[in-house]
Design a protein around this ligand. Structure first.
Ligand SMILES: Cc1ncc(COP(=O)(O)O)c(C=O)c1O
Length: 413
């Protein structure tokens, strides 16, 4: 029986062999996969192998293996996440199943009262807005949604910072934003917003400080900023999109102080046995372990998160950033040059990451997706009231695939 995770045995490559990276994924050859990181990732080889290994061990001796390994392997996954994300305190990371579970966990557990409000924007995902709506409905607090810009084609980081700061009021307890909007591909200046809020908080006492929560799922795994550089209080993400982690994995990273403002909705269990045995009702010090929704999980998937972070580190954070931005730029420049295409995502690296939102004249978004699929190119329709077609080129794509997709879009004129 395999009892320990493999060590970090993927040496960093000096010059990345992208063919080799692509070969780690079992992506079907029939399609050009330009939507693979949007919903659920394909597992790269080290992740597939780790899942198989843990599954076999669990099937063989479930009770023994779980007792013997659960906390060790979960802690290794937490530490791998902390190392990858530059979080200095692994125990301040809660493990979840998805971005949605992370958002629900934080908003439902947040200490809010009547007279306080949550400020959010018009650009966030349905799970984010619904988590806020539920939290305010239950507590009597209120929420407001504001736009972050007037005109997407002219948006600047300064305009977005100003939009948030101007909207904060005395009663604002938390600001909930999204790092990369999945409706348009716009990347928001999280660090600048966090710095502006920190300045404002200097004149507020602890219970009235404005907390910053970020849905980071479409930046996590592409962008290079560490948790500390982003400077938010809560960072919520799935790990099954751009981090290529096992399906059904996610995390919430937070600061020690931020964790003190939430209470678990689903109690933690196996990882906090000392608290369980002492029958403590609410530990005096909350952290990511306490805030990990409890019960036994699909453990072979959670544990194999370690291999997902190791896989990304083996390629290198800088190399991944460069490759994803390079492929996205290639695709966006091609689309922007076509008179019958409206590119909605900004071209600049500062204002975009891995999502490209566009429209083709004479085609509805659904028809664009269908047309591309007919030509064996995958693409998604954004699930928003204003819905654009989206490409999401990732590390397994090649410049030739982007060229091919551009040819098909060009021929739609
Ligand atoms: C911005 C954003 N947040 C949250 C989600 C939900 O992600 P998950 O499947 O991890 O819950 C999505 C889905 O793609 C998304 O685009």
């Amino acid at each position: 029986m395999q009892t320990k995770t493999a060590p970090n045995n993927y040496p960093k490559q000096q010059k990345t062999d992208w063919e080799q990276v692509r070969a780690q994924f079992n992506l079907g050859k029939e399609y050009i996969h330009l939507a693979a990181s949007q919903f659920l990732a394909s597992h790269p080889k080290p992740v597939r192998e780790a899942i198989d290994r843990y599954r076999q061990a669990l099937d063989q001796d479930p009770e023994l293996y779980t007792q013997e390994q659960e906390n060790d392997l979960m802690q290794q996954a937490r530490e791998a996440a902390a190392r990858y994300f530059g979080h200095p305190e692994p125990d301040n990371i809660a493990m979840t199943d998805s971005t949605t579970m992370g958002l629900g966990t934080i908003y439902a557990g947040l200490g809010l009262s009547k007279g306080q409000e949550i400020l959010t924007t018009e650009h966030d995902h349905y799970s984010h807005h619904e988590s806020i709506r539920g939290a305010t409905y239950r507590t009597g607090a209120t929420y407001r949604r504001v736009p972050m810009y007037e005109n997407l084609s002219e948006v600047t980081p300064e305009e977005m910072v100003e939009a948030i700061m101007n909207a904060i009021q005395d009663q604002t307890r938390l600001v909930g934003i999204t790092w990369v909007h999945s409706s348009t591909g716009l990347k928001t200046p999280v660090a600048q917003i966090a710095q502006a809020i920190a300045r404002l908080n200097q004149s507020r006492d602890e219970d009235h400080k404005v907390l910053l929560l970020v849905d980071g799922v479409h930046g996590f795994g592409i962008e290079r900023e560490t948790f500390q550089e982003l400077g938010c209080d809560f960072f919520v993400s799935g790990c099954h999109k751009w981090t290529y982690g096992p399906r059904g994995t996610g995390l919430v990273a937070a600061t020690t102080q931020a964790w003190q403002h939430v209470t678990p909705v689903i109690p933690s269990f196996t990882e906090v046995m000392d608290v369980v045995i002492a029958e403590e009702e609410r530990p005096s010090q909350m952290d990511g372990k306490q805030m990990t929704p409890g019960g036994f999980h699909s453990l072979e998937h959670r544990w194999a998160l370690t291999q997902a972070f190791q896989f990304l580190e083996s390629i290198g954070k800088e190399q991944v950033w460069e490759r994803v931005h390079y492929l996205n730029r290639l695709c966006k420049e091609g689309l922007a040059a076509m008179p019958h295409v409206t590119l909605h995502t900004p071209l600049s690296d500062e204002l975009s990451a891995g999502i490209i939102a566009f429209e083709v004249e004479g085609y509805s978004t659904q028809d664009t997706v269908k047309h591309l699929l007919h030509h064996k190119i995958t693409c998604t329709a954004a699930p928003y009231r204003t819905s654009y077609a989206r490409f999401t080129p990732g590390i397994y794509n090649t410049p030739a695939e982007i060229e091919k997709a551009l040819e098909v879009v060009y021929a739609m004129k």
